[in-house]
Design a protein around this ligand. Structure first.
Ligand code: NAG
Ligand code: NAG
Ligand code: NAG
Ligand code: NAG
Ligand code: NAG
Length: 492
């Protein structure tokens, strides 16, 4: 360090690098020396070799990448999916029984959202005296169900959570015939079209009708389609026109999908047929139209599935079936906990806060506690199925192949492109049954001899499956009420 004038005369804070020519401060080469050495033939050659190697490597990697891309199997293009294809729909026919009206329903949307529900189907909410067309007021909400402003609040909150709202506008819902007997159909249909326009204008995402087949034959039906389905322009959310068809054959359901312009047809084929062979036949007929099909056990009649699935095992079995069949699973409120109905009861009171444990020292009603624990267990099962359906392509929109059917059991395969494959196998009979799963020769699809258990339920069974265990597919024995979901990977 020098105290006086700094060398080179630099000012404080700025450093001027000056390398003296005559002083060797480090053991590198000077620029001139470098240039001299670099110019020698040896180095020139080395540089050329390295340059050529670099470009050869570069071109080689490019060619390698192209080969990998060309040789990799093509991804199958994903079919067009609408919001109602992406998860279960949840019906609430009576908001009083669900949560004390529309106002209460708003508070329950968080709980519903956890079930990965994509849409709520509300109502019918309008006012009408049974079998009296003159009293039909499709744009007035029955005061026992709530107010229009409350419906708008439910809609806004649901939309924020990514759920859509469908309104049931079945005119004579509490009467003998859903569309009245006799009467002026043209007049009725005009009322329906005007009401659909009113509700769609307020932000409703779809309209549902029970027994829609006669209405679909009226001249006003195309107007209704235009109002509900809108322009269907790219980028805008499409409105859904939903129809329920009961008491018809699978072929007729297929025809309704093809000819009526309804986006989603909910049939009662699962509850009207109790045989596995008939159920598999219905799936065989309809699976190619899966994005226009809704499946439910009680849903077509706005009933809980527990009405037909009367034991805890059967409740789980039908939930598994609905979540893995090709089509949209449809539930009625309470299905997620296996809510039971009393004989002849319509719209049982929903049970909330089931996860609340009894407080320390509180007198515990043993029977109520057993019911509560069962509700919790069913909800856990429901949620794991809904999660799986939402993220596995094979279950979301995969192809379907039948594997087995008998009087009281069935099994099918779901697969998509290179995604994980799933096999559903269920036995709703009262005796154990051995299912021999086999696939009719199909191009490009082969069934392995074994698969791994993904999910299993069957509370009454002596046959135990454990998750992640391997089972033989040509000798799969299921106990009464037992249901399993198996999986196996894609192999190239
Ligand atoms: C439905 O009809 C029954 C009688 O058939 C009646 O007791 C009930 O109040 C009606 N419900 C509504 C919402 O109109
Ligand atoms: C269709 O779109 C146009 C403009 O985008 C709009 O003016 C018209 O109201 C729409 N029609 C329906 C039926 O939504
Ligand atoms: C409906 O259309 C599908 C193809 O889009 C066809 O396979 C099916 O046979 C048709 N159904 C009827 C009843 O015509
Ligand atoms: C077990 O089976 C019996 C009779 O078959 C039935 O009453 C009971 O509800 C079943 N239990 C479960 C958990 O499914
Ligand atoms: C089928 O599996 C059972 C055990 O689950 C076994 O006892 C039986 O021998 C098997 N049958 C065949 C044909 O492999």
């Amino acid at each position: 360090m020098t105290d006086g004038q700094p060398p080179g005369g630099e000012k404080n804070g700025s450093v001027k690098l000056k390398i003296p020519d005559d002083e060797v401060t480090f053991t590198g080469l000077s620029k001139e020396e470098l240039m001299r050495v670099a110019g020698t033939p040896g180095w020139v050659r080395t540089r050329w070799v390295l340059l050529i190697l670099f470009w050869l490597g570069w071109v080689g990697m490019l060619a390698g990448a192209i080969v990998i891309i060309v040789q990799a199997p093509r991804c199958k293009p994903i079919p067009e999916m609408h919001w109602w294809n992406e998860g279960p729909l949840y019906q609430v026919p009576d908001l009083e029984a669900f949560s004390d009206g529309l106002k209460g329903a708003e508070a329950k949307l968080d709980v519903i959202n956890q079930l990965k529900v994509k849409g709520l189907v509300l109502g019918p909410l309008h006012t009408v005296q049974s079998d009296n067309p003159a009293t039909l007021e499709l744009t007035t909400i029955n005061p026992s169900q709530g107010k229009e402003t409350e419906l708008i609040a439910v809609m806004e909150k649901a939309h924020k959570k990514g759920m859509s709202i469908v309104l049931d506008l079945t005119p004579n819902y509490n009467g003998t015939s859903p569309w009245f007997i006799g009467g002026n159909t043209g007049n009725l249909m005009e009322k329906v079209v005007a009401a659909a326009e009113h509700w769609m204008g307020l932000g409703v995402d779809g309209i549902k009708f029970s027994d829609f087949t006669d209405a679909a034959n009226t001249p006003q039906w195309t107007m209704l389609q235009a109002v509900v389905q809108g322009n269907n322009t790219e980028g805008t959310k499409k409105g859904v026109l939903m129809g329920v068809a009961t008491g018809v054959s699978p072929a007729e359901v297929s025809r309704l999908v093809n000819t009526t312009g309804v986006d989603l047809v909910l049939s009662d084929l699962l509850s009207s047929n109790n045989g596995g062979v008939e159920r598999i036949n219905a799936l065989d007929t309809l699976h190619s139209q899966q994005r226009s099909l809704g499946w439910g056990l009680g849903a077509a009649r706005l009933e809980q599935l527990s009405k037909l699935a009367t034991t805890p095992s059967l409740i789980r079995l039908y939930q598994l079936l609905l979540f893995t069949m090709p089509g949209t699973p449809m539930f009625t409120y309470g299905d997620e906990i296996g809510l039971h109905t009393q004989q002849g009861e319509k719209n049982p009171k929903m049970v909330w806060d089931i996860e609340k444990e009894p407080a320390e020292g509180e007198a515990v009603d043993t029977a109520a506690e057993v019911t509560r624990k069962e509700h919790v267990a069913v909800m856990k099962w429901f949620r794991s199925l809904s999660d799986l359906r939402g993220k596995e392509r094979s279950l979301l929109h995969g192809d379907y192949y039948p594997l087995y059917s008998s009087a009281s059991s069935l099994s099918f395969l779901r697969l998509w492109d290179q995604s994980e494959r799933f096999i559903t196998a269920v036995n709703w009979g009262e005796a154990p049954e051995t299912l021999k799963l086999s696939l009719a020769p199909t191009e490009g699809v082969e069934l392995p001899t074994t698969a791994v258990v993904k999910l299993t339920a069957g509370l009454n069974s002596t046959i135990e499956f454990t998750e992640d265990s391997t089972v033989e597919l040509d000798n799969l024995t299921l106990g009464p009420g037992q249901a399993v979901l198996l999986h196996f990977p894609y192999t190239g």
